[in-house]
Design a protein around this ligand. Structure first.
Ligand code: M6R
Length: 602
């Protein structure tokens, strides 16, 4: 979703802003812009479409400070007028914003009569408000910014510049992510560390409702009452190669290929010197004290929660309930007496999940965040964190994070179960089983050409498709269908195979593609019955089966793995199916339309 980058005190400001925005492209956007200022002049450049189109317009734009933005349209269409940065009535103040200002229409009515607006955005109203307090009411820039921040309701990360003063960027945040990057003789601001990793690996957090004054040689953090706050910097464990594509045509393929390595990294991260599974004792205690685990997540992370439910319940002896974060934000069901909320989130920034976490914290409910991003909002604000160790995931379509989420929860389930003396947990040799999963993934990855051919035959032309499965395979079907639809735009649904005959089978006609997932020895024969039902109605069926249930004629056969971990292994061919189906359609695999990687608005 929207991304912010800013720099002060560097003669390459334009280049830094453009490169930073390119690094933020993965978050999803439909227009972009930069404002660059030097001693004597300033320039504003905007473009609809890709950063390359913006970059092409910036020749000759030079300065020592600036702010840039990628916009994912919420209020108003993706046009140049609606693209950020926005300017105040006299064009003196310039602002970029990530988030949603809830009371922007009230502000317009109450404070800004007679002002002229170029677009429809909430952000333009915010910068007019700041400008009004300076230009009409005589406040200083900082007092004006603070006064506006007290009036504005909603979520925001703001970076503000005064075009008459290229020495300072003023920033503030509430619920939306923003970081300070500390350079050598210059400083930066950005929505995530990846945008600045070329320049620095030293960062400083900003907390909600703080105002930060960023200059080339100083960073001052204040609360809205002007009290100065001390803040240490930290080193980000990222390097440039983590965020490059290398020789891959798309990030998604790179990230699919990285999954065996991620499984092995997780083994290293969650075992001790003796190879025993180890998880923070405080986290084990939090699960032991809970009478029910509530998993809250969105999209792929929500599906990873389903895929982990049976394993968590059987090994921890604790019931697990799943909640869609965007639903729970506005209405929680009746909770058990001792709930533990587990937030699964690749980015750790998903606004829907954060909204639930804020409520959980108000209610004193203990919480654990399972995330790929250390220091992310959900990680900072939850009681505990378990990291995915998957390395940056750039493609919008989540792949390695899903498999890492299930594997990470397997370590949690195993550690709690062992601590409880659960027999199944004691017998579950997770390290060995996860190594087998890594091998199984490798063997699937070596079959890319075969999978590509089958996809070309099945999905090149179709407008719709179905995934079916039972038990764990149903949960994988949900994820597989999300993956296919979000990047190939094929309308695809994942169904519990036994449910087809209760309605959905009406959609099956001659040539409808149905992909069946078969891993469970008890359930596979029932799913095969459902395959016959759709074949009888003309469906073209592709089967993905684990060896132990495979039959002659199955299209993709996978190594056997432990049933708790089969969703990890089963999902990989479905990721490749989505990838190749999209490739054949000539679409942008890493940046599907309308989607954002980090969904930072509700
Ligand atoms: O960062 P999160 O895991 O919280 O994101 C949740 C969803 O937005 C995300 O999983 C989304 O569904 C993926 N793009 C799907 O591939």
């Amino acid at each position: 979703m929207c991304g912010i980058v800013g720099v002060v005190g560097n003669t390459n400001a334009t280049d830094i802003l453009i490169q930073g925005l390119e690094k933020l492209e993965y978050r999803g956007y439909d227009s972009a812009g930069i404002f660059v200022a030097g001693d004597a002049s300033s320039q504003l450049v905007k473009a609809v479409g890709r950063i390359a189109e913006l970059a092409a317009k910036t020749e000759g734009v030079e300065g020592t400070a600036g702010i840039g933005h990628t916009r994912w349209a919420t209020h108003g269409k993706p046009t140049e007028d609606n693209a950020h940065p926005h300017r105040s009535e006299t064009e003196r103040f310039v602002l970029v914003h990530n988030g949603v200002i809830e009371n922007y229409l009230e502000i317009k009515e109450e404070y800004l009569s007679g002002h002229h607006f170029k677009g429809q955005t909430d952000t333009e109203i915010a910068v007019h408000l700041i400008g009004k307090f300076v230009e009409e009411d005589g406040l200083s820039t900082i007092e004006s910014f603070k006064k506006a921040l007290r009036i504005i309701r909603g979520s925001y990360a703001f970076a503000l510049m005064d075009s008459e003063d290229a020495s300072t960027i003023y920033v503030s945040k509430n619920k939306s992510p923003l970081l300070i990057g500390l350079g050598d003789g210059y400083n930066m601001v950005c929505s995530d560390a990846m945008a600045m990793i070329r320049e620095t690996n030293q960062y400083m957090e900003i907390h909600d409702q703080e105002l930060v004054i960023v200059k080339a040689d100083s960073v001052e953090v204040q609360d809205y009452d002007g009290n100065v706050k001390e803040r240490d910097s930290y080193t980000a464990e990222l390097d440039l190669s983590d965020i490059g594509k290398g020789t891959y045509p798309y990030y998604m393929l790179k990230e699919i290929d990285e999954q065996p390595t991620v499984m092995r990294k997780l083994i290293q991260a969650y075992t001790d010197d003796k190879g025993q599974v180890t998880v923070d004792a405080k986290i084990i205690k939090a699960v032991q004290e809970a009478d029910r685990i509530y998993i809250l997540a969105a999209g792929t992370s929500y599906h990873a929660g389903f895929a982990s439910k049976k394993m968590l319940e059987e090994l921890t002896d604790t019931p697990v309930e799943l909640g869609i974060s965007s639903e729970w934000g506005y209405g929680m069901p009746l909770l058990s007496k001792k709930p533990l909320f587990v937030f699964i989130s690749q980015s750790g920034e998903t606004a829907d999940s954060r909204q639930v976490l804020v409520k959980a914290n108000e209610l004193g409910i203990p919480s654990l965040t399972v995330t790929n991003v250390p220091g992310s909002t959900l990680s900072r604000e939850a009681d505990h964190t378990m990291l995915l160790h998957a390395g940056p995931e750039i493609a919008v379509a989540s792949t390695k994070a899903y498999t890492a989420q299930i594997a990470t929860l397997a370590f949690l389930a195993k550690a709690v179960g062992e601590a409880n003396g659960n027999e199944k947990a004691k017998a579950f040799d997770l390290v060995h089983e996860l190594s087998l999963v890594a091998q199984s993934i490798e063997s699937t990855l070596s079959e890319k050409e075969v999978i590509d051919e089958k996809v070309a035959a099945l999905l090149s032309e179709t407008r719709n498709a179905f995934y079916i499965g039972r038990g764990q395979d149903y949960y994988v079907a949900m994820e597989a269908s999300l993956k296919l639809k979000e990047i190939s735009y094929i309308q695809c649904e994942g169904f519990a195979a036994g449910e087809l005959k209760h309605g959905t089978i009406a959609l099956i006609e001659d040539g409808t593609p149905v992909i069946a997932l078969l891993s469970d020895p008890v359930l596979a024969s029932h799913t095969r019955g459902n395959i016959q039902e759709v074949v009888a109605r003309g469906a073209k069926v592709l089967t993905i089966a684990e060896e132990n249930v495979a039959k002659e004629g199955d299209d993709i056969v996978l190594n056997n793995v432990h049933p708790y971990l089969s969703p990890i292994s089963m999902v990989v061919p479905t990721q490749l199916i989505a990838y190749f189906a999209t490739l054949h359609r000539g679409l942008d695999i890493d940046k599907p339309r309308n989607l954002a990687k980090s969904v930072t608005v509700e």
